[in-house]
Design a protein around this ligand. Structure first.
Ligand code: SF4
Length: 237
């Protein structure tokens, strides 16, 4: 089970444990070194409830360290952090510990993200992948959060703060403007750190940014500094 610490992967793990038992179940989680501390509280409680310890793998770097090494700033179209910090460490563990002939990789994306399943299956070959939360009974994110609460486990706090995913401490380069404005509003220190790190990469790489905007038919980088400046101006006017 690829256990991300998100609510979907928890519901999927519950489903797999209920259906197949836990004797051969592994909860494989990649540490990006920037997870919200509450992710580890949640993941530890979830693992204890399921009765399977977490298997933690890590590259050792943070997303921005990967960007610096790759000389490329991740964004919604291409995120090397996901490849280096999640896919490769998990794949290495699978290679060293499993046989694709008798292993199924469960991924907790739900039916609202069904369009992603094909690419995920291709990406994990030769391991077969299953998506329990894409099968009936279809559960919404609210259903999953309610299921979690009913078991006496507080859901990851980032959902309550307005984030749609519980990963990388809410600092995800795949997020759009709304995501970053949520970060600015509820976790301004993390926004400020990301703004500084983006600027450091701009000093090395030129006019790059995590976000882009389209103005007058032209797409151009939109820095976190500029996004914050506009937000602050809007709040003053
Ligand atoms: S959650 Fe976002 S920032 Fe973190 S590794 Fe994945 S794509 Fe990169």
């Amino acid at each position: 089970m690829q256990f991300s610490g998100g609510i979907g992967s928890f519901s999927a793990a519950l489903h797999v444990a209920d259906t197949y038992g836990t004797d051969d179940l592994v909860l494989l989680i990649a540490d990006t070194r920037v997870e919200d501390p509450d992710l580890w509280r949640f993941a530890t409680q979830a693992a204890a409830h399921i009765g399977v310890p977490l298997t933690v793998v890590a590259d050792g770097r943070t997303p921005f360290e990967v960007f610096a090494d790759q000389r490329f700033l991740g964004n919604s179209r291409l995120a090397p952090c996901s490849i280096h910090l999640k896919q490769r460490p998990c794949r290495r563990w699978l290679r060293e510990n499993t046989d694709p002939a008798d292993t199924v990789l469960y991924v907790g994306i739900d039916w609202s993200e069904r369009h992603r399943t094909g690419a995920i299956e291709v990406g994990w070959r030769p391991w077969p992948v299953a998506f329990p939360m894409c099968d009936p009974p279809l559960m919404s994110k609210e259903d999953m959060l309610a299921e979690c609460r009913a078991l006496g486990i507080a859901p990851p706090r980032l959902y309550g703060l307005g984030f749609s995913h519980n990963n990388c401490g809410g600092v995800c380069v795949r997020g759009g403007q709304r995501h970053w404005l949520t970060l600015l509003r509820v976790l301004p220190d993390r926004f400020a750190q990301a703004e500084r790190q983006e600027q450091q990469l701009r000093d090395q790489l030129g006019d790059v940014a995590i976000l882009r905007e389209r103005r007058g038919g032209v797409s151009r980088p939109l820095t976190l500094r500029e996004l914050r400046r506009r937000h602050e101006e809007g709040a003053r006017s």
